[in-house]
Ligand binder design. Structure first.
Ligand code: HEM
Length: 189
């Protein structure tokens, strides 16, 4: 914003800077966790696989921490209003997709942690501390939790694709520049 102009009307249409930073940070961490998760399953048992699983868990636990921060922030800060004239059904669907994204973003790390506990592997965070084991060792349960974890992760990716498709539709078809709401402010803006 230039000092000699009135405040830019679009400023009130932006998410707050911490919300934007958390959105993009989590987006990249989730993609990394997902593709490492898929890749590590292909590796033979050995040091490389153990290293990948370690990174996967660090990423996943970090996502869970950030989720807590994000939900606190979201609960205490109003998101920008929808552009005037947005059909009610579109607002309804976008709210539903966002709610499901929030639910999956915590359900996936939790099922990962439960699965590791049931496998009998303690989850360590960056070599700093161990997370408590939530379950006793149970091979059959670990197997079920693995299926659930993978299914939820694939569901998350399907929703992410829908979410990105909606953002592109706004940009290309509606041309309402909705994506600017989630763009980090440039210095001085
Ligand atoms: C948003 C965060 C996460 C995402 C997107 C994610 C995604 C995935 C995916 C796609 C797989 C492969 C599933 C399959 O091959 O069927 C996987 C496997 C796995 N995940 Fe996660 N995960 C996340 C968080 C976590 C956390 C926090 C933990 C543990 C603390 C964890 C532990 C595991 C383990 C142990 C496996 C391997 C299971 C096996 O091959 O036996 N994940 N994850």
């Amino acid at each position: 914003m230039h000092s000699n102009t009135l405040p830019n009307a679009s400023d009130s249409l932006r998410y707050t800077t911490p919300a934007i930073a958390l959105h993009w940070l989590m987006a990249w961490l989730v993609l990394a966790a997902y593709f490492i998760g898929l890749g590590m399953g292909e590796l033979p048992i050995g040091p490389e696989r153990i290293q990948m699983v370690g990174w996967h868990k660090w990423l996943g636990v970090t996502i869970a921490y950030l989720w807590v921060l994000r939900v606190f922030w979201r609960a205490s800060h109003q998101p920008p209003a929808q552009p005037a004239g947005t059909p009610r059904w579109q607002i309804g669907i976008s709210h539903l997709v966002h709610l499901l994204l929030y639910i999956l973003l915590i359900a996936i790390p939790l099922t990962g942690w439960l699965m590791s506990s049931a496998k009998g592997f303690t989850t360590n965070y960056f070599g700093l501390f161990d997370l408590p084991n939530l379950l006793d060792k149970d091979k059959a349960l670990a197997h079920t939790l693995k299926e659930v974890h993978g299914f939820l992760a694939n569901s998350l990716m399907a929703l992410v694709v829908l979410h990105i498709a909606a953002a592109i539709k706004h940009q290309v078809i509606d041309k309402d520049n909705l994506m600017a709401r989630m763009r980090m402010p440039r210095q001085g803006q």
